[in-house]
Ligand binder design. Structure first.
Ligand code: ACO
Length: 325
């Protein structure tokens, strides 16, 4: 039994093509002012034709492996959080495993929409501490642009494509204090009674095609504010920590106003929040590892920092992870 799951690498990838709000307003009845005021989004990256979720995942995974100083063969577990898999099957994680040239270990996808990365961390943490695997790659990767109705201005302006990845390793030598590095706790929830608030209207068993994203924005917003406030308190209490102990909040980037509400609830200073929504928009399962990589690369997140991650998405699903970097 390992005591702690440690982060030993992080990487991310964004498609080259950037679409600004102004560009979007040429084809959809919207404006930069509306999108910025309601969401904080200014631009988003959109995958090129022929560029798939597994391609974004691979670029992020290679960057994460490089930062950990590892080779693909060092991995024995790959989990990809995605709601936009390349195909119905095989899992995008398995496709990625093949692209990385791996023949051993286990690979599977997690479908928890925007909470996919938190769910992935939670499952990987259990497997690593339980001894099922030793070194895991956890990726959040999405091509949300492929499931948007580009004529529905209430949804198509909100999302973007991208991928982020972390490398996790079981650490037998860690102590159990909340000062020791690694995942201190994860907390995952879902409520299927709320499925109609945010869903993709299609699938192999219903329409036979992937369908497009449908959302009751105002209701999702209200549940996000409540559920995220509750889950961050749950994560703090589980570790006997206070909001002032948090060095960085790395939230799912769905809407600046939702993030601001969590920040207010915690009484956090704004400069303790990693905010990427303006440049990335909502990249679903990819948004947290993308934001994490930005703040590691620019030197904000340092060894020993306490990081709180949280997300909510379709399902509804939501969750949080408390991490000592
Ligand atoms: N441009 C211009 N006008 C628009 C646009 C647009 N892109 N979209 C909607 N409008 C119009 C509406 O038609 C409406 O017009 P009307 O008053 O004439 O009927 C008006 O703007 C207000 O629309 P609302 O839907 O009431 O706007 P609201 O203030 O709720 O903001 C938003 C919409 C941004 C979607 C908000 O509800 C939200 O962020 N919800 C959370 C959803 C979310 O983040 N989902 C992501 C997945 S879940 C998660 O990750 C948390």
């Amino acid at each position: 039994m390992s005591l702690r799951t440690r982060f030993i690498g992080c990487g991310s990838y964004l498609p080259e093509n950037i679409v600004t709000n102004q560009e979007l307003a040429k084809s959809v009845d919207t404006s930069d002012e509306w999108i910025t005021a309601r969401t904080g989004i200014k631009r988003r990256h959109i995958a090129a034709e022929g560029e798939y979720t597994s391609d974004l995942a691979r670029q992020a995974a290679v960057a994460a492996l490089d930062s950990a100083g590892l080779k693909p063969n060092d991995l024995d577990l790959i989990i990809v959080g995605t709601t936009t898999p390349d195909e119905v099957f095989p899992a995008t994680a398995v496709t990625l495993q093949g692209q990385l040239g791996l023949t051993g270990g286990a690979a599977f996808d997690i479908q928890a929409v925007c909470s996919g990365f938190i769910y992935g961390l939670s499952v990987a943490d259990s497997m690593l501490r339980g001894g099922t695997a030793k070194t895991a790659l956890v990726v959040g990767a999405e091509t949300m642009s492929r499931i948007l109705d580009w004529e529905d201005r209430s949804t198509c302006v909100l999302f973007g494509d991208g991928a982020g990845a972390v490398i996790l390793r079981a650490d037998n030598g860690a102590d159990e204090s909340n000062e020791a590095p690694g995942i201190l706790s994860t907390h995952i929830h879902s409520d299927g009674n709320l499925r109609d608030l945010l869903y993709c209207a299609g699938g192999p068993s219903t329409t036979g095609n992937a369908g497009v994203l449908k959302m009751m924005g105002k209701d999702v917003y209200k549940h996000a504010v409540t559920n995220l406030a509750n889950v961050v308190v749950e994560a703090l209490e589980a570790n006997q920590l206070n909001p002032e102990d948090i060095d960085w909040l790395v939230p799912h980037q769905a809407n600046r106003r939702i993030i601001d509400s969590t920040v207010k609830k915690l009484g956090l200073a704004e400069d303790k929040v990693v905010m990427t929504i303006a440049d990335h928009a909502n990249t679903s399962a990819a948004s947290i590892p993308l934001a994490l990589d930005v703040a590691i690369t620019d030197g904000r997140i340092k060894n020993g920092d306490l990081i709180l991650m949280e997300a909510m998405g379709g399902g509804l699903t939501w969750g949080a992870a408390m991490v000592r970097w």
